[in-house]
Design a binder for this molecule. Structure first.
Ligand code: SF4
Ligand code: MG
Length: 454
């Protein structure tokens, strides 16, 4: 299961299991595949286990998860997806300083482990529940207690996904349903906003609504734009809708740029939108960019540094001169965050003989930082917060650049759902698009600014 979703977190991977010798865990730098090759998996046999794949939004690689500790005589491992904004009303970093404790790492996951330890409760499950009543922000957390209890808990705003699957073998919980092979797992539903689910040795799930569902949800739309695997539920329909509306908007704004004879898709998250876009415009989709063997599982957005991302972009993409030579094309991508990957690919396409590259992006401009678990922590890193549309177009070397409009994007939310909770999300009431619209949740870090460039 971890390997199915390793694209979400290539920086480190870890596994914890309750074995006959107690709670055993092992974390490594690198992907889940790397971990599976390097640890003795037969020593992790047991009734319950959790794993984590991480990309770093904060802290260093010592923050690899699951994090393991001992609280009130019980060993516990936790793994968190998301970022916390406040604890007991204080910004996380300030709250951290108030605890008289020793920190090993810098991520807020360790702060959460200490918060659980400091929070009263009859047992560890109750401590977890009480602890998360004092937190604001985004968390989809799983915990494994050496009593063979598996706990899943999601914030009341539903920022980050968390799904439960049942099968003959028992239960499985994961961030994306592409982790659940249909031959093993059936009956998939999301952990509800504000739900705590505990599965003990008796395999009877106990669900409680530990916090009321927030009046307004903030399900992260950028998950569907970019982060989720094309094989996860709803992603194809959403990205296809974005491609269709992008084409409609281009037609309404004057039509296809003169000379364009093909659409080229950025791999892989731009592919579904590119197919729909090309179909609506009556253009062929041509494989002007292929993926190298090396780049099979690489996501350049998740590279650690600018150099890292530029190197990965160059290693991952292979422009095809037979398609591109002398041609004008429309290049479709899911989003532009920093602009570095697109810049590298356009340069490579030109070197392969492409005449003009017009760019169409199947989401609005990313102008604001994310404080809820996606790696865009400052506006300095966002090209759309630093440059106008025209400047961005010049910087990436495109002949023209257009984005899906905000209303056009929001019209595609009809294809989003929280499986088993709300089958159709209400635009403006259930979805977070703050980094594109500036419509932030009521809790943001003190350093938040709303700078926007036209
Ligand atoms: Fe997702 Fe953007 Fe909201 Fe962050 S700010 S949760 S990336 S939509
Ligand atoms: Mg991309």
């Amino acid at each position: 299961m971890m390997i199915e979703i390793e694209g979400r977190g290539p920086h480190s991977a870890g596994l914890a299991a309750v074995t006959a010798d107690g709670l055993r865990h092992q974390n490594r730098l690198g992907s889940a595949s790397h971990l599976a090759q390097r640890i003795p998996l037969d020593q992790f046999h047991g009734r319950a286990a959790i794993g984590h794949v991480r990309y770093a939004t904060a802290g260093s690689l010592e923050d690899a998860q699951p994090l393991v500790g001992e609280i009130a005589g019980r060993r516990i491992a936790i793994a968190v997806n998301g970022d916390t904004v406040t604890i007991h009303g204080k910004p996380v970093n300030e709250y951290r300083k108030t605890l008289q404790t020793v920190y090993r790492a810098r991520s807020d996951t360790e702060t959460l482990l200490h918060l659980i330890a400091q929070t009263p409760g009859d047992d560890l499950v109750e401590r977890i529940q009480n602890a998360f009543c004092s937190v604001e922000g985004a968390w989809s957390m799983i915990a494994l207690i050496d009593t063979n209890q598996l706990v899943a808990i999601r914030d009341p705003w539903a920022f980050r996904p968390l799904l439960l699957a049942c099968g003959k073998e028992g239960f499985a919980i994961a961030s994306e349903d592409c982790a659940f092979s249909p031959s093993w797992w059936s009956r998939v539903r999301e952990i509800r906003p504000g739900e705590l689910l505990c599965i003990g040795a008796d395999l009877v799930p106990q669900s409680r609504q530990y916090r009321p569902v927030a009046e307004r949800l903030y399900r992260c739309s950028f998950e569907d734009v970019y982060l989720k695997s094309p094989g996860s539920r709803g992603v194809f329909l959403f990205r296809t809708a974005c491609g269709n509306v992008l084409a409609e908007e281009m037609l309404a704004a004057g039509g296809i740029p003169a000379g364009v004879s093909a659409v080229v898709a950025m791999l892989d998250s731009g592919r579904d939108a590119a197919n729909a876009f090309a179909h609506r415009l009556g253009l062929p989709v041509m494989s002007g960019i292929n993926r190298t063997r090396l780049g099979r599982d690489v996501r350049t957005f998740l590279g650690h540094s600018e150099n890292d991302r530029l190197r990965l972009a160059a290693q991952k993409h292979l422009p095809n001169p037979e398609v591109l030579q002398g041609r004008d094309v429309l290049l479709v991508d899911d989003s532009i965050v920093r602009g570095d990957t697109l810049g590298v690919v356009i340069k490579m396409m030109k070197a392969a003989g492409c005449h003009a590259i017009h760019v169409a992006i199947a989401s609005p401009r990313v102008t604001g930082a994310c404080y809820y678990g996606i790696a865009t922590p400052t506006t300095e890193q966002l090209i759309a917060a630093q440059a106008t549309l025209e400047e961005t177009c010049q910087r990436i070397g495109a002949a023209s650049l257009r984005h899906l409009s905000i209303p056009g994007f929001q019209s595609c939310y009809a294809h989003l759902s929280i499986v088993g909770f709300r089958e159709r999300l209400r635009p403006g009431r259930d979805v977070c698009d703050a980094c594109m619209t500036g419509d932030y949740p009521p809790f943001v870090p003190p350093a938040h600014t709303t700078k926007r460039v036209p």
